[in-house]
Design a protein around this ligand. Sequence first.
Ligand SMILES: [Mg+2]
Length: 245
Amino acid sequence: MGERQKVSEWAGFIDYDRTLADTSAHVARFRATLLSLGVSGDEINMMREQQHQLESAGVTVSLLSFVRDLAVARGPQIVDDFSDAYANIEGYPVNFPDAGAFLRRAQEAGPFIIGTWGIDQEWQILKLRASGYESLPYQILSDQNKARVIAGCRQSDGTYILRPDNEFAPVVTRNCWLVDDKARAFDGYGGVGFLLQRNRNEVLPSQRGEVPSSVVIIESLDSLVFNNQGVPSARGRQLQGDFRT
Ligand SMILES: [Mg+2]
């Protein structure tokens, strides 16, 4: 278009899985949705068993891939039926209780993008729909290291350009901030970052690791506040930046 884009001072990069949305709540929603479509509990347990086996062999699978497998016996309509039901089923919220208020604060402070990593685009989008976030700027990433993703957005003049996958305009910003639940998302990161550690006693192997000194560990998204320049900081108790347990 050749139009000069507005450059913001700060823009956020917000992880989706386990930061905004609860993975086990997605599993509960998955189960409830399939049960509502007449899939038996035994069949669902078998899918989960298969998923655990594949994951312990180092293979990542999406829950939606199991629904596609059902199409062999039940016809292809099952995938659309599942998707509609999954997006709309009542009573199985997937967002963490602090996510909504945090996103509202972030939205007031400036632009942000929700970054979600996944091997199955359709499933990632369906999860965003279940969250009610499909109408926010998002990007589905093929790299789990968000520091590298952000570095890849850096332009020759030092600004960053974030490009949502959906209808939103690209964001040009001088500074990025990042929030994620996985330490390794910050590998090589030198910017403003927040490692979300909701429960230090239940740290998953995939979340472990050290984070750079510029990254602050927070226990809740409620800790993240923005000043009137849109600069994020963590209020309240701050934990050590070195996190190994
Ligand atoms: Mg995550």
